[in-house]
Structures are given as structure tokens and as C-alpha cells.
Design a protein around this ligand. Structure first.
Ligand SMILES: [Zn+2]
Ligand SMILES: [Zn+2]
Length: 272
């Protein structure tokens, strides 16, 4: 059984390697219309019959390879890891930022990279903005809220209100106690607590890193989806010791933070 499996893994890796090589050749084959000279009716027929590539694979290959042509750093990633690994960043990378994105594409899997790009657009490319929420309240409740708010602005007031919610006591147990687990999940109704994410939370994250601080403190445990949990352990979230509404995406991990060392270790045990 093991032998069969080993063979399959080996052949599979080879197949992927050679398919990557085919994809890299396609734009030039398309440009010179070599498919025509060889009697095929178009590049899709050529790629399908000769390499078993689907139309979508051809389109992606042409698009990605052309986009990285003037970006040697990204071209290298395509050659080493394949087209799909670069796909999430093709539209955002420029010649100036190519080496930055090449590094990210090398370190992250495709899914995490997609998440990172989405947050990057939100945090770095979009101007600061506020959001208006309309609420129909009982006038007496509205009055109470206004009085409680006093001279604060609504944003600060609402944040304080959120921070002052009742929490269970921190614990030093091996596992996260159920009451803390329940509280953490209830904070976001089971949704990932990363700002703007609406995916179901799948994992609990210790913002202070359990290896550095073994206390299960409900203030510093957050429910996250897989991708945002991965971003956290890529050390790419700033202000993690504060509440998620103050988290910011980082362009580079802060290597001076002790948690960086822990995160590197976590990365090692995680398959890419
Ligand atoms: Zn974590
Ligand atoms: Zn998320």
C-alpha cells in the first residue's frame, strides 16, 4: 500500500512540475501562433490535446505569465511554485512591489494569500472611513444611551461599551475552560472576529501566545476563521493585544516581538 502511495505522490509531483513548465511556455506559443503552424484550430485545442490542459488552466496561465513577465521576482515564484500560487496577487503587484509580493507568495498558501490580499486592500489601499448604522430605538433607551455617552464621541463610547462586557475569570488550566470558550464564541456569535470577516469561526486564538502566557484570558482569546488564524501566526496582525476592532494588517512581521519567534515555530509544524 505504502509503495503504491509513494509512487502516486512522486508521479503527481512530476506531473505538476511539467504542467507548470507547459504553462510557462504558453504565452510565447500564443504570441507566435505556433498552434496554427502545427495544424490546431486554436491555443486551447493545442494545450488540451498536447498537455491535457483545460480552457480555464490555459486562460489563467496566459493571464498570469503575461502579468509577471516584467516582474522577475514573481516569475521565479511561478517557476518554482506554479501559476496558482501567484494568482491572488497578479492584479495588485507592481514592478515596485513585486519582491514584497513574491516573499508573501513564497511564505503563504494560496488561500491565506487571498485573505492577506483582501485585508491589504482594506488596510493599505482604502482611505480611512466611517460607517453609519441606523437604529430604531425606544426613546427612553436612546435617552439613556446619550446620557451614558456624555461628552464622548459615539465611536469611543461604543468601544468602551464593548470592552466593558462581563467576562469570565481568566484560568490557568491545560485546556481552555468551557465557560471561557463559550464566552469567546458568543462575543461574535460564532463568526470570525477579524474586522470585516463574516466566515464562521473555526479556531480559538491566544493573542498573547499560549507559549508566552499560559493564562486563558477571555479578553485575549479570539475566535477566528482558519485564514485569519494563519495570518495571525504569520505575525502579520498588529495591535493583537487590543480588541479586534483595533487590529491592523502588517506589511512585514514585527521581528522584535517575542511572539514572532513562537509563530515561526508554529509555522514549522504547519504544512504549507
Ligand atoms: Zn493562534
Ligand atoms: Zn476570518
Amino acid at each position: 500500500m505504502e509503495k503504491l502511495h509513494e509512487k502516486f505522490v512522486k508521479y503527481g509531483a512530476n506531473a505538476r512540475h511539467w504542467l507548470r513548465q507547459c504553462a510557462l511556455l504558453l504565452p510565447e506559443i500564443a504570441r507566435q501562433e505556433i498552434w496554427r503552424a502545427k495544424g490546431f484550430s486554436n491555443i486551447y485545442e493545442y494545450a488540451a490535446k498536447l498537455a491535457g490542459m483545460s480552457k480555464a488552466q490555459v486562460d489563467t496561465a496566459l493571464w498570469v505569465v503575461r502579468a509577471v513577465e516584467d516582474k522577475p521576482e514573481l516569475k521565479k515564484v511561478v517557476e518554482e511554485k506554479g501559476i496558482n500560487c501567484v494568482k491572488p496577487i497578479v492584479a495588485i503587484a507592481t514592478k515596485e512591489t513585486a519582491s514584497f509580493w513574491a516573499e508573501k507568495a513564497t511564505e503563504m498558501n494560496q488561500h491565506d494569500l487571498e485573505t492577506y490580499v483582501r485585508e491589504y486592500k482594506t488596510d493599505f489601499l482604502r482611505a480611512e472611513k466611517t460607517e453609519t448604522i441606523e437604529m430604531s430605538l425606544d426613546p427612553k433607551i436612546a435617552d439613556q444611551l446619550r446620557k451614558m455617552k456624555g461628552a464622548l464621541d459615539w465611536n469611543t463610547f461604543m468601544k468602551e461599551l464593548l470592552d466593558n462586557q462581563q467576562k469570565p475569570e481568566p484560568a490557568q488550566t491545560k485546556q481552555v475552560p468551557t465557560r471561557i470558550k463559550k464566552h469567546v464564541i458568543a462575543k461574535t456569535n460564532g463568526i470570525c472576529s477579524y474586522p470585516g470577516c463574516h466566515k464562521p469561526a473555526e479556531e480559538l486564538h491566544h493573542a498573547n501566545r499560549q507559549a508566552l502566557d499560559p493564562t486563558h484570558n477571555p479578553t485575549h482569546i479570539h475566535a477566528l476563521c482558519k485564514s485569519h488564524h494563519h495570518l495571525a501566526h504569520h505575525s502579520l496582525i498588529a495591535n493583537e493585544q487590543r480588541q479586534p476592532c483595533e487590529w491592523r494588517l502588517l506589511a512585514q512581521p514585527d521581528k522584535t516581538q517575542p511572539k514572532y519567534r513562537i509563530d515561526r515555530l508554529v509555522q514549522k509544524y504547519r504544512s504549507p
